[in-house]
Design a protein around this ligand. Structure first.
Ligand code: MG
Length: 394
């Protein structure tokens, strides 16, 4: 057997070892759906979750991981779940260090996935990255870790998975534009003067994607699209002026890339996160479908339009933060997290989310080229500042 055949045969018979961070969240649960659909293809080496111990217990029983971790304070219960499934309690960063882990799936929210992502990339591992905050707040550190350690970033965000796929076989060709598609979120048909009185229920009713609460609100404000612009810059090394937003209500075209000759490539599918998740797990292989095959004739019409940028101040704020660089993106992301939480708790109105993010960015003193400590300091400052500002107004 030549080397290539040997590698291919090996890939076909040995399961892909997964370490799954954020296992009880939306991405985590859908990752395990993919594993269930092809149990012979995968082994779950590690499961790390937040505080949903009932869900973690069920997952541990089903997948018997080697490593287990939870953010819960209920140490006794976590120990009992670990011992019942034969797992050892292991911090996420240690799980990421294990060379037996083939793919680290980062489905955590916020800051939590940063160190494990850096660790895995530094040791040359593959990271299936669903947590865009990690790239938004620390894009340069993530890029540098991958370049230094030879690690591989595989995007899970549907738009970036599409761009990634459009770029296969295009190495060395100039990217003229990246066209990021945006559904426009739950409120896209609402007149602008009614946005101020929107309720959390209205904003959470996303037309096409089924996602967690925070990202669904970020989709309604287009903050999510702004963060995805920053994510695209770091994942694909394109300047901000080459990333454009196209409104596309049906969420069938997941994004497009225009090359130097004017040719445009796109990737299509129904809006189902299992498709980009699966590809990030099995790359470079494409395995059996776990999602419904696309029937374009039944979709009928695909619509595209330019978003009304005045309606979406969060998009502009994110683009400004990305261009300014340094600690601005971390401040923007942290202020947004605090403001979205306040909106979900009905402490502030929908349009105030952008106001509070704007205030934090205005008051921030930037640090260029920050390390983790400086990013964390900026993050903590923005949380404190925004919490204080919100408390002062309600
Ligand atoms: Mg997305």
């Amino acid at each position: 057997m030549d080397n290539m055949t040997e590698t291919m045969t090996e890939n076909m018979i040995s399961p892909i070892n997964l370490v799954l961070l954020g296992s009880t969240g939306s991405i985590g649960r859908q990752t395990l759906d993919v594993v269930r659909a092809m149990p012979e293809r995968f082994r779950v080496l590690g499961l790390a979750a937040g505080r949903n111990l009932d869900a973690l217990e069920a997952q541990a029983q089903e997948f018997t991981p080697t490593y287990l971790w939870s953010a819960s304070d209920d140490d006794a219960r976590v120990a009992q779940i670990a011992s019942a499934s034969g797992a050892s309690i292991t911090p996420m960063d240690e799980m990421a260090q294990d060379p037996d882990g083939d793919v680290l799936v980062v489905g955590t929210a916020g800051r939590a996935g940063l160190e494990p992502t850096l660790t895995s990339l530094e040791r040359g591992g593959a990271v299936a990255l669903a947590n865009k905050e990690v790239v938004v707040m620390a894009g340069k550190l993530v890029r540098d870790a991958a370049d230094r350690g030879g690690g591989e970033l595989r995007p899970v965000d549907s738009e970036h998975s599409a761009i990634w796929q459009c770029l296969w076989g295009e190495a060395g060709h100039e990217i003229r534009r990246i066209l990021l598609t945006a559904s426009g979120g739950a409120l896209r048909h609402l007149p602008a003067d009614e946005l101020a009185s929107v309720t959390p229920e209205q904003a959470l009713d996303h037309p096409t994607w089924n996602m967690g609460d925070k990202i669904t609100i970020d989709s309604a404000t287009l903050m999510n699209k702004g963060m995805e612009t920053i994510e695209a810059k770091w994942l694909f090394d394109v300047p901000y002026e080459r990333v454009e937003i196209v409104q596309h209500a049906e969420s069938i075209v997941h994004s497009l890339v225009e090359f130097s000759d004017g040719s445009v490539k796109a990737q299509l599918g129904y809006p189902d996160m299992k498709l980009p998740i699966q590809l990030a797990l099995t790359y470079p292989q494409r395995l059996q479908p776990t999602v419904e095959p696309l029937d374009l004739a039944s979709v009928g019409t695909l619509n595209f339009s330019r978003p009304d940028l005045d309606r979406y101040p969060c998009l502009k704020l994110a683009q400004q933060a990305g261009r300014a660089g340094g600690t601005y993106p971390a401040v923007m992301a942290a202020a947004d997290e605090v403001a979205v939480e306040a909106f979900l708790d009905r402490r502030i109105g929908f349009t105030e989310i952008a106001d509070f993010v704007h205030q934090a960015m205005d008051a921030h003193h930037n640090t260029a080229d920050p390390g983790i400590d400086e990013i964390d300091a900026a993050d903590a400052w923005a949380r404190g500042f925004t919490t204080g500002r919100i408390a002062a107004t309600v």
